[in-house]
Write a protein that binds this ligand. Structure first.
Ligand code: HEM
Length: 509
């Protein structure tokens, strides 16, 4: 390069020479910073068997949370470095390391890595979950937490939640009367998504077609964004037309639906503050110009909220599956719910839930064993930091294996067993919660990027579970081989098979 510059010095114009010098300096800077980051990362523990181009990707099986735990046991129980294609990733597998990333260095690790497909689907990653750390993320996160996920708003949405519960109960009662099985997975999925759709669209009358469209769109998201996607690890390939075109086509379908819904809201007057659904809120924020939100920003945030129903459904499905595998736990839960609810109630409501401590323990235990996002959403560092004697360079992706934390045998007794009692008052783990303070148990994450939906999910989970326990007894269909807990890894981790159960109306009601 120096020879080329000397040659240019003799023969080229001053302008070309200046340009060449700038390019040369940029190349030197890039090479130096890359090699510095590489040097720092190479000090971290890492599996030896790395292949050209794909790095360690071949060591990650179809259930990445499981393979990462096995690899961590051998190569880095706290942290290890994996080369996932072109991307170095810090795999965090112990409470101590999770605390370092999500508390001690939370301010440095609070960004998100960019994802080529996420950029297209969320109009430049302008949803809350994918937005890089900065002013824009702070603004939209504040809008979501102050207008949608407050205790008051959750309380004012209770009527619509209870209405969704009623619809589920009606379907289950019909199956009970006919003596047939219900597809509880399907029913819970539709319930959890409707709760979120209702929050977003509340003011519009329910139209059956939307639900189907949202369902298809969410499935599309899961296919494009789910799993250990190769295009996240080979960013330059992701820009190839094939992937981009698919994502752009899918995004167009989201746009058509959301634009229609936003237009309908914009053309209808809103009277009371309490009647405002989330689209109203976002539109009024836009009109008052409190924040510079574009329509694309609004659509990205709506997609986040609608997507969130999936994790709630997965938690409910696992809870019912575990209860069916442990009839004594189900009986104990039913006894509590029936004891704490007045006889003959049509719907167990939020006031009844307060004293149901075993129900709360069942939710915690479900999320300990089956966090719907076992690897959370990746974090991304914005500056160098020192951790356990290593310097982690800026621009490193961190993947926290919360599934492995929840099953760590050095932290939990009988770690693989579904035992809600561990979270009851008389035990050591009773004080443990999922609000991001116990680093053994992080189904909602911790720190600045922690899930803002915790309170909302808790109410939804408790309400529907209490009602299913209060009104019905449950059995497996005749000849059923039992509950299959085989998992599938996608955008979230869920059970492979749908849960088919035969309900029977409980006599006490
Ligand atoms: C069982 C249900 C749910 C689980 C297990 C769950 C879990 C998570 C996790 C692990 C994260 C990433 C945390 C991190 O990176 O540190 C997250 C982020 C997020 N969740 Fe949830 N979530 C659930 C339901 C919901 C609901 C119902 C909503 C809203 C209505 C919601 C809204 C969000 C948003 C907006 C983010 C992005 C936060 C950010 O990046 O700043 N989630 N969630």
């Amino acid at each position: 390069m120096a020879l080329v510059l000397a040659h240019l010095h003799e023969h080229a114009s001053p302008y070309a020479l200046a340009l060449a010098i700038v390019l040369f300096l940029m190349a030197v800077h890039f090479a130096m910073s890359t090699s510095r980051a590489e040097r720092l990362l190479s000090k971290l523990s890492s599996p030896r068997f790395k292949l050209p181009i794909i790095g360690h990707l071949h060591l990650v099986g179809p259930l990445p949370h499981v393979s990462l735990r096995e690899l961590a046991r051998k190569h880095g129980p706290d942290v290890m470095l994996l080369r996932l294609g072109a991307v170095p990733a810090l795999i965090v597998s112990s409470p101590r390391a999770a605390k370092a990333i999500l508390r001690t260095h939370d301010h440095l690790f609070a960004s998100r890595p960019s994802s080529a497909v996420g950029e297209i689907l969320f109009s430049g990653s302008t949803n809350v979950a994918n937005a890089p750390y900065g002013d824009y993320w702070r603004e939209i996160r504040k809008i979501v937490t102050t207008h949608l996920l407050t205790t008051n708003k959750i309380r004012s949405n209770l009527a619509s939640r209870e209405q969704e519960v009623r619809l589920v109960l009606t379907e289950v009662r019909e199956a009970a009367a006919a003596g047939t099985a219900v597809d509880l997975s399907e029913l819970l999925s539709s319930f959890a998504h409707h709760v979120e759709i209702q929050t977003v669209l509340g003011r519009l009358p329910r139209e059956a077609g939307w639900s189907k469209q949202f369902h298809e769109l969410l499935e599309g998201n899961s296919k494009l964004l789910g799993g250990f996607n190769w295009y996240d690890y080979f960013p330059s390939l992701a820009r190839l037309d094939m992937v981009s075109a698919k994502a752009a086509k899918h995004k167009k379908r989201w746009d058509d639906l959301l634009d229609d819904l936003i237009d309908r809201h914009a053309n209808k007057p809103v009277e009371e503050d309490d009647d405002k659904d989330f689209i109203d809120v976002l539109l009024s924020v836009q009109v008052q110009q409190e924040h510079s939100l574009t329509r694309d920003n609004i659509k990205s945030v709506l997609m986040d909220i609608i997507e969130a129903g999936t994790a709630t459904y997965i938690a409910l499905d696992y809870a019912m599956a575990e209860l069916m595998r442990k009839p004594q736990v189900m009986a104990k839960l039913q006894a509590e719910v029936r004891r704490c609810t007045n006889k003959g109630k049509e719907v167990v409501n939020q006031e009844d839930l307060g004293s149901m401590s075993y129900l709360k323990a069942v939710m915690k235990e479900t999320l300990r064993l089956h966090p719907p996002g076992p690897l959370m959403v990746p974090h991304f560092s914005m500056a160098d930091c020192d951790m356990h004697g290593y310097t982690i360079p800026s621009g490193t992706r961190a993947i926290v294996n919360v599934w492995a934390l929840g099953r760590d045998t050095s932290c939990w007794e009988s770690a693989e067993e579904f035992m809600p009692e561990r979270f009851m008052e008389e035990t050591m783990d009773a004080a443990s919660d999922f609000h991001g303070n116990d680093f053994r148990f992080l189904p909602f994450g911790s720190g600045r990027r922690m899930c803002p939906g915790v309170k909302s999910v808790t109410v939804t989970f408790e309400l529907i579970m209490a009602n299913l326990m209060y009104h019905f007894n449950w059995e497996l269909p005749k000849g059923s081989p039992g509950i299959d807990m085989t998992e599938v890894f996608g955008l979230d981790v869920h059970r492979k098979d749908n849960l088919l159960l035969v309900p029977c109306v409980a006599q006490h009601t």
